[in-house]
Design a protein around this ligand. Structure first.
Ligand code: NAP
Length: 329
C-alpha cells in the first residue's frame, strides 16, 4: 500500500459552491513536477485565508491543496539543481492557486520554483517570515532602489500589525528607518513599538477619502491595505518620495488623483511576490538572512499545527491575526 498523508483539499460542487475538508492523499495524487519535498513548515497568509474561505477567487483549479508557501527537505528530485536532503523554500508561482500547495505533508513542484533555505535560518523561521515577510523585504528593496534610505525621513507602514506590516516594521527599524506604523488595533501599539516602530498612528487617520495633496508626513511607505489608505499615503508623501504598494486588505480600488505624481514627483512602486524572478527572490532571502532580527521574528509569530490551519485561515480574513502564523507540519 502506498504511504498516505493528510492534506487540506478545497473542492467545488456543480453549483460552484466551494467547500474545504481534510483528506488522505498519496504521492500519486500530487501534480506534475520534478522535485518532491517533505513539507516541514508552512504558514497562513492572507491569500491562503481567501483561498480556504472562498472569499476571493484565489483558487482557480478544483480540487486543490491550498497553501502558497512552504519550507522543507527534498525527498526526491530529477532536477539537476536539487538533491535528496536539500533544504528549500517555495513562495508563489501559482502554488496553492493552480498547483497543489503546502497544506499536505508532501508537495511536488518544479525545481525552478525553489530557492535554498538561507544559512542559519530554520524551516520554522523561514515560514515565520513566509510570503508576507518576503513581500515586505521586496518592498524594502524597492524603496532602497528608489533612493528612499533612512536619511530621507520617516516611512509609514500600513496594516502594520498584520504579517507583511509586522515584518516590514521590523526590517525597516533594523535598517535604521524612523518607522510610523499605522494600525486599526490600538491595543497592538506596544507590540509595534517592540518591533521597532518609532510612532504608532490610527488607521482612522488614513481610511477616509483622500485630498489630492495633504501635508507631507513621510518620505515613503509600504502599503498592504490599498483603497483610501493608499490614496492618503500617496497624498502625504513628501517631494520625490515613493510608496511600495503590495496589498489590498482594505480594498482593491485606488481612489486617488495624479496630483502626488505630477506635483510632488512621488512614485508608486508595484510589488508582486508570486512571479518575481529567481534572482530577485534569492536576493530577498539573502537579505532576510542578514537584515531580519530573529529574536524579533520569534516575537511576531506564533505556531500552530496542521489541525489549526482552517480556523487560522478564517481568522486572517477577518483581520484577527497578529503578525505571522507558522504551521509546524
Ligand atoms: N503583492 C504580493 O505579492 C503580496 C504578497 C503577500 C501579501 N500580499 C497582500 O498583502 C496584504 C497583507 O497580507 P498579510 O499576509 O500581511 O495579511 P494580514 O496578516 O491579514 O494583514 C493585513 C492587515 O491589514 C490591516 N487591515 C485589514 N483589513 C483592513 C481594512 N478593512 N482597512 C484597513 N486595514 C485593514 C490589518 O492591520 P492592522 O490591524 O494593523 O490595521 C491587518 O492585520 C493582503 O492584501 C495580501 O493579499 C500581497
Amino acid at each position: 500500500m502506498p504511504e498516505t498523508f493528510k492534506a487540506i483539499l478545497v473542492s467545488r460542487d456543480a453549483d460552484k459552491k466551494q467547500s474545504v475538508a481534510v483528506t488522505d492523499l498519496t504521492d500519486a495524487d500530487l501534480m506534475e513536477g520534478d522535485v518532491t519535498v517533505a513539507v516541514e513548515a508552512t504558514t497562513v497568509n492572507y491569500k491562503d485565508g481567501l483561498a480556504i474561505t472562498g472569499k476571493a477567487p484565489v483558487v482557480r483549479r478544483w480540487p486543490l491543496v491550498p497553501g502558497i508557501d512552504f519550507a522543507g527537505t527534498v525527498i526526491s528530485s530529477s532536477n539537476p539543481d536539487w538533491r535528496q536532503g536539500d533544504k528549500v523554500i517555495l513562495n508563489g508561482w501559482g502554488v496553492g492557486e493552480t498547483h497543489f500547495g503546502a497544506y499536505a505533508a508532501h508537495a511536488r513542484v518544479k525545481g525552478d520554483w525553489l530557492v535554498p533555505l538561507p544559512q542559519g535560518i530554520s524551516a520554522h523561521d523561514a515560514m515565520a517570515v513566509g510570503t508576507a515577510g518576503y513581500t515586505a523585504m521586496l518592498s524594502v528593496m524597492a524603496l532602497e532602489r528608489h533612493g528612499i534610505l533612512p536619511d530621507r525621513g520617516p516611512v509609514v507602514v500600513t496594516g502594520a500589525a498584520g504579517g507583511v506590516g509586522s515584518v516590514a516594521v521590523s526590517i525597516l527599524s533594523s535598517l535604521g528607518y524612523h518607522v510610523i506604523a499605522s494600525t486599526g488595533r490600538n491595543a497592538e501599539s506596544p507590540y509595534l513599538i517592540n518591533l521597532g516602530a518609532a510612532e504608532v498612528i490610527s488607521r482612522d487617520e488614513l481610511n477616509q477619502p483622500a485630498k489630492p495633496l495633504a501635508k507631507e508626513r513621510w518620505a515613503g511607505g509600504i502599503d498592504s491595505v490599498g483603497s483610501h489608505t493608499l490614496a492618503n499615503v500617496l497624498s502625504m508623501t513628501s517631494y520625490g518620495g515613493a510608496v511600495a504598494a503590495c496589498g489590498l486588505a482594505g480594498g482593491m480600488d485606488l481612489p486617488s488623483s495624479v496630483a502626488p505624481f505630477i506635483l510632488r514627483g512621488v512614485s508608486l512602486l508595484g510589488i508582486d511576490s508570486v512571479m518575481a524572478p529567481k534572482a530577485v527572490r534569492l536576493e530577498a532571502w539573502r537579505r532576510i538572512g542578514s537584515d531580519l532580527d530573529l529574536q524579533k521574528l520569534a516575537g511576531l509569530s506564533r505556531t500552530i499545527g496542521f489541525d489549526g490551519i482552517i480556523d487560522a485561515a478564517r481568522d486572517i480574513v477577518e483581520g484577527k491575526i497578529r503578525g505571522r502564523v507558522v504551521v509546524d507540519m
